[in-house]
Design a protein around this ligand. Structure first.
Ligand code: FAD
Length: 322
C-alpha cells in the first residue's frame, strides 16, 4: 500500500466544481500523506477535462473504452476497481454526485477498504486517515478514523477549495481494462431542460417550500431569482407535491449546495433540508412562524407571509438595479 491518493472522476461531468473540489481534497490529503495524487477519469473525456485534471494531479489515467461511453454501475465500478488495484493507494476519493454516492460503498467493499460518505474534512493523525462529517442534522460534527486501507470516501466536494495547478501538467496514460458484460443497457434518455441558472454552482440560491402552497408561487421565486441572478431550488415537500421537478430538491437526499447566500422562502428548516445548505456562507429565511426551526440557523430572517415580502423585494431590487 502506497501513500498515494486516487480521485475517481466521471468524464461526462467534465472538470466541474465537484471534480475540482475532489481534486482539492485529494491534493491536500496526498500532501499530508507525503504521496502523489493520481486522477482516474472514466468515460470519453473531452480534451479540456483531461487538461484541467492534468494541471492539478501528478498522474492521470483515462479509461475511455467504448463500453465506458455511458455511465453504468458495473462497468464504471470495474474500471475504478482495476485501476485502484494497480495503484494501491492509501485513499480513494469520489465526489458528491450520483456516481460518488452509488459507487463509494461498492468500491470500498471490492477493495477491502473502509467506506465513508459525506466527508467535509480529511486529516492524517499518526498515519491514520480521519474523516469529518456532520451529525445530528448539522448540529454536531463526528470524526471517524478509517481503519482499513484504502479509505474510500465521497466528499462534499463544493466545500473544498479547487486544487491549485502544479506546473507542467501530469502525464496522461490510457488504460486498457477487461470489463464485464453490462447487465443493463440504456434504452431511452431524457434530458431535463435547464431553466435559469443551474442550482449546483450558483452563487445565490432562492429555495421554496410547502408553505408556498402551489406551483404558481414558484413563478414569483423565479422572478426574484432573475433579478438577483440566483438559482431556484426547493424543499423535498415542494418537489413531492409536483410543483417543481425533483432536480430542484435541496437536502440530504437532494442537492448539496454551497452558495454565498441561501434565501429560504416558506421552508420550515427540517434537519434533512438543512444538510443540503450547511455550506452556504449566509442564510436567510421568510416564514410566518417565528418558531420555525429555520430561524435557529439563519443569519437573518423575516417573520412574515412571503406574499407580503417577495413582490416588494423584487420591485426594490429592480429599482436598485436601475
Ligand atoms: P413544511 O415542513 O410543511 O414547512 C412549510 C413552512 O412554510 C412552515 O414553516 C410554515 O410556517 C411556512 N409557511 C406557510 N405558509 C407561509 C407563508 N404564506 N409565508 C411564509 N411562510 C409560510 N427535505 C428536504 O427538503 N430535502 C431533503 O433532501 C430531504 N430528505 C429527506 C430524507 C428523509 C429520509 C426524510 C425522512 C425526510 C427528508 N426530507 C427532506 C423531508 C423533511 O423532513 C421535511 O419534511 C421537508 O423538508 C419539509 O419541507 P418544507 O419545509 O417545505 O415543508
Amino acid at each position: 500500500m502506497s501513500n498515494d491518493v486516487v480521485i475517481c472522476l466521471s468524464a461526462s461531468s467534465g472538470y466541474d466544481r465537484v471534480a475540482q473540489g475532489v481534486a482539492g481534497a485529494g491534493r491536500e490529503l496526498a500532501d499530508e500523506l507525503g504521496g502523489s495524487l493520481c486522477a482516474v477519469i472514466v468515460g470519453a473525456a473531452a480534451d479540456e477535462t483531461v487538461s484541467g485534471v492534468a494541471a492539478v494531479a501528478d498522474a492521470v489515467i483515462v479509461a475511455d473504452q467504448p463500453e465506458l461511453a455511458d455511465y453504468q454501475t458495473e462497468s464504471y465500478l470495474a474500471a475504478f476497481e482495476q485501476t485502484c488495484r494497480q495503484l494501491e493507494p492509501a485513499a480513494v476519493l469520489l465526489g458528491s454526485d450520483t456516481v460518488g454516492l452509488e459507487l463509494t460503498p461498492r468500491l470500498a467493499a471490492r477493495l477491502g477498504g473502509s467506506p465513508m460518505s459525506d466527508g467535509t474534512g480529511l486529516r492524517v493523525v499518526d498515519g491514520a486517515i480521519r474523516v469529518t462529517r456532520s451529525a445530528y442534522g448539522g448540529k454536531a460534527e463526528a470524526v471517524f478514523e478509517l481503519k482499513r486501507s484504502p479509505a474510500v470516501v465521497w466528499v462534499r466536494a463544493r466545500g473544498f477549495e479547487p486544487a491549485p495547478p502544479t506546473g507542467d501538467g501530469a502525464a496522461v496514460e490510457r488504460a486498457a481494462l477487461e470489463l464485464p458484460v453490462a447487465a443493463t443497457r440504456i434504452v431511452e434518455r431524457h434530458v431535463e431542460e435547464q431553466e435559469g441558472i443551474p442550482l449546483d454552482d450558483a452563487r445565490l440560491v432562492v429555495g421554496g417550500g410547502r408553505g408556498l402552497g402551489g406551483a404558481e408561487p414558484f413563478d414569483d421565486l423565479r422572478s426574484l431569482a432573475a433579478v438577483m441572478k440566483a438559482a431556484v431550488g426547493a424543499s423535498r415537500s415542494a418537489c413531492d407535491e409536483g410543483w417543481v421537478p425533483p432536480s430542484y430538491q435541496i437536502g440530504q437526499t437532494g442537492k448539496k449546495i454551497a452558495p454565498e447566500l441561501y434565501l429560504a422562502v416558506a421552508i420550515s428548516g427540517a434537519a434533512q433540508h438543512m444538510l443540503g445548505v450547511s455550506d452556504a456562507k449566509a442564510l436567510c429565511a421568510i416564514n410566518t412562524d417565528p418558531e420555525a426551526p429555520i430561524f435557529r440557523n439563519c443569519h437573518f430572517g423575516i417573520v412574515e407571509d412571503y406574499r407580503k415580502v417577495v413582490p416588494p423585494l423584487i420591485e426594490r431590487l429592480r429599482e436598485l438595479k436601475q
